[in-house]
Design a protein around this ligand. Structure first.
Ligand code: GCB
Length: 719
């Protein structure tokens, strides 16, 4: 018999070993508040957890402790003796206590999230919460038992190989244990073997994505009574450079979102209910894939993905900056990820790294690290593909792109840099140059604070309306490019990045389609719901929070998965439109109006009103907004240069080019490293060439006066 006892209560916590005196219950993080309030000043250090352990042990029994998540480096002590050290905050590990227990023992655990030059992550856009933030279990097994120590293994590994034509699966079940034999049961058939058994399932019931995620169970039992079991699914994944992703032999474009494992006020110390609530949002959205960024998530969450048919990109936190002392840690984290997650049918690909060239050169050490990771994945799991998420400024002919089986880019054109359409151009160029390579879109997004609104939304304004426009463009761009094997919105939820302080919030990345507290779905959420959710008819009126509008006519935008939308203003039908996903109406704005949209038997309503002055509370960056207004109102002589021309156009003229280059060199000298990286990066230079001077200046934080000044000079130069 195996007994598993949860050890989540009766812990004492503190910043010092001696003073660990605050009573806490796991899951616990010490950064739930300071990791989410901005300033990049959350506590990163070593903390201690202490607890009495009164574990009685029967003769011959073996006892283990299981830590499902200790972020990021952890040491375990029993009665003062150090038993183990684990490096990596997202994978499970176990330690054996047998032979050391007296029945009245002191367990002390030190956990550290302080800086390190060898444990990933160290540089990334999310909070590195510290703590024992997942369950701790005490596991007792008989002397003969399944392996527990090696890389946190479940002790059982199931590999289904599916023959779609003959509707048959050959299922290999491997086990690790110290007994002479094991009984393995799959689909009602039992085999007694030494370690490995093979089963054939005829008329196999496929694990078929969101439509029918059917799960089988494999059970293994030793004569001693120790037993492990795992669910598995029979499915075939494939990728084609022209046609994208295939599930079970049919085209199945992967369209979805990314998720971080944190919630406002709780940090990463999440309960099963928190995970299940997130999954319900994903199902409502209608996504069929998740990128579980940027590290190993909780087993419960992969379970939820298995049960809901969500296809997963799983990855390790090898991110942003390559560390020369970090190689071993990347290999350890990958080995643990694959060992612990192998049986989940939801996982389609292993992600080697994320934007690793953002702060590191593509040198031999970095390439070697990736080759080793890639080989490790293939050795441990020949059934799945490897991939990586590349930063936009990585040249498309970089040798690193040849390492993983399939590739992907994170592109933020239309948000951080450049224009929306540069995304389209990027993929068109890539696909034309490398028609035989599989390419995907692993991140894209725009921050939105649902307090901010505009009827003339623009990049950088943090309005809900710009985020929606941004995603309307991306949705079209994706629909026109079926070769993209997977696309993942960054991010489903706003999340903590304590180093951020922008867009009217402290410590949050606001690219979520849903707010950090999960309370509010932004308009862009409903855009994707309209495009992806085929099950539940619905209609959504955009701009509900944009109550006060200072204009004669206003646009009413409706998102729906129905083909026809009717719009009523103050009870009268003012228009019917047929179309797909996005429906736009323009109505005169006279006073306060009740707006109602109807589609497919569903309805949505809101109130808007005309006001005489713009509502200042809707504007985040007043300087940017006023510059934009000024340029719209002002006369610009189109025969002369202006800040509305692109950098590329201006540079073609010797005099105008010299002026902007001189100005940019001055700006670069003030900014050091970043500017150097830009100067030496041809991809970035090309991209900047396509941006208007105005948007470059705004992005660089220029004030209204200097923009006007440059514009006056440029207006004096004939094209
Ligand atoms: C990225 C990173 C992600 C960031 C995101 C952003 O490319 O991979 O971790 O959060 O950009 O919002 O800037």
């Amino acid at each position: 018999m195996r007994t598993i006892t949860r050890l989540n209560d009766n812990w004492y916590f503190g910043k010092n070993r001696e003073t660990a005196g605050e009573a806490v219950t796991l899951p616990h993080t010490w950064n739930a508040l300071d990791g989410q309030d901005g300033g990049n000043d959350y506590y990163r250090g070593t903390c201690w957890y202490r607890r009495d352990l009164n574990a009685a042990k029967d003769a011959g029994e073996r006892v283990f402790l299981e830590f499902n998540g200790a972020a990021h480096t952890c040491e375990v002590f029993l009665n003062g003796e150090k038993l183990c050290r684990h490096e990596g905050g997202y994978s499970a590990f176990r330690v054996e206590l047998s032979g050391k227990l007296t029945g009245n023992d002191l367990l002390e655990v030190s956990v550290s999230n302080e800086d390190s030059d060898c444990v990933y992550p160290q540089k990334a856009d999310f909070t590195f919460y510290g703590g024992l933030y997942r369950d701790v279990n005490l596991i007792k097994v008989p002397a003969e038992h399944f392996e527990l120590l090696k890389d946190g293994t479940p002790g059982i590994k199931v590999t289904p190989v599916v023959d779609l034509e003959n509707k048959r699966a050959v299922v290999t079940v491997e086990t690790w244990h110290n007994a002479a034999s094991v009984d393995i049961t799959v689909n009602g058939e039992k085999k007694t073997v030494e370690r490995t058994a093979e089963f054939v399932i005829e008329n196999v019931h496929l694990w078929d994505g969101v439509e029918d995620p059917y799960l089988y169970t494999a059970t293994a039992k030793l004569p001693s009574g120790d037993e492990v079991s795992t669910r598995f699914g029979c499915r075939v994944f494939a990728c084609d450079p022209e046609k994208g992703f295939f599930l079970n032999g049919r085209s199945y474009p992967l369209r979805g979102v990314s998720r971080h494992q944190d919630v406002k006020g709780k940090g990463n110390a999440l309960s099963y209910e928190d995970h299940a609530a997130d999954m319900a949002v994903i199902r409502e959205l209608g996504a069929n894939t998740l990128r579980l960024a940027h590290y190993q998530h909780a087993q419960e969450f992969y379970d939820l993905c298995d049960e809901n048919g969500i296809i997963v990109w799983a990855e390790i936190p090898y991110i942003t900056m390559h560390m020369k002392n970090g190689r071993q840690n990347t290999l350890d984290q990958m080995r643990e990820l694959i060992t612990q997650c192998y049986n989940h049918p939801c996982i389609a690909v292993w992600g080697l790294s994320n934007e690793i060239t953002a702060a590191s050169a593509v040198n031999d050490d970095l390439l070697e690290n990736h080759r080793l990771l890639n080989d490790l994945c293939h050795r441990m799991d020949p059934t799945r593909l490897t991939t990586m998420a590349n930063v936009f400024m990585l040249e498309i002919d970089s040798p690193i792109l040849e390492i993983p089986d399939i590739n992907s880019y994170n592109l933020y054109f239309g948000w951080y840099l450049g224009e929306l359409t540069q995304t389209d151009e990027f993929f068109d160029e890539y696909h034309a140059k490398y028609p035989d390579r599989v390419i995907g879109f692993s991140e894209y997004g725009a921050d939105a604070n649902p307090a901010y609104h505009s009827s003339r939304p623009e990049k950088g304004d943090y309005t809900e309306e710009y985020q929606a426009l941004y995603h309307e463009h991306m949705l079209r761009m994706i629909e026109e490019r079926p070769y993209l094997w997977a696309t993942h919105v960054w991010n489903l939820f706003d999340f903590a990045a304590d180093g951020r302080d922008e867009g009217g919030k402290h410590g949050e990345n606001q690219k979520g389609l849903v707010t950090f507290d999960r309370q509010l779905r932004k308009d862009a959420f409903y855009l994707y719901k309209a495009a992806w959710n085929k099950r539940e008819p619905f209609v959504h009126l955009c701009g509900k929070r944009f109550l006060n509008r200072c204009e004669d006519k206003t646009e009413i935008k409706v998102y729906s998965n129905q083909p026809e939308v009717r719009l009523y203003v103050d009870g009268s039908l003012i228009g019917t439109q047929t179309g797909k996903t996005v429906f736009r109406f323009t109505i005169p704005l006279l006073g306060e109006h009740l707006i109602r949209a109807e589609a497919g038997g569903c309805e949505d309503s809101m109130v808007i009103r005309r006001v005489s002055e713009p509502d200042e509370s809707y504007i985040f960056n007043k300087a940017v907004a006023s510059v934009a207004n000024w340029f719209d109102a002002d006369e610009i002589d189109p025969s002369c240069f202006s800040v509305k021309d692109t950098l590329g156009e201006i540079r073609q003229h010797p005099q105008a080019g010299a002026i902007v280059d001189q100005m940019m060199a001055k700006g670069a000298a003030e900014r050091g490293d970043v500017a150097d990286a830009v100067k030496d990066n041809p991809a970035l230079q090309r991209m900047m060439g396509r941006m208007t001077m105005l948007s470059l200046l705004k992005q660089g934080g220029a004030d209204e006066e200097s923009i006007k000044h440059l514009n006056r000079i440029l207006q004096g130069i004939k094209k």
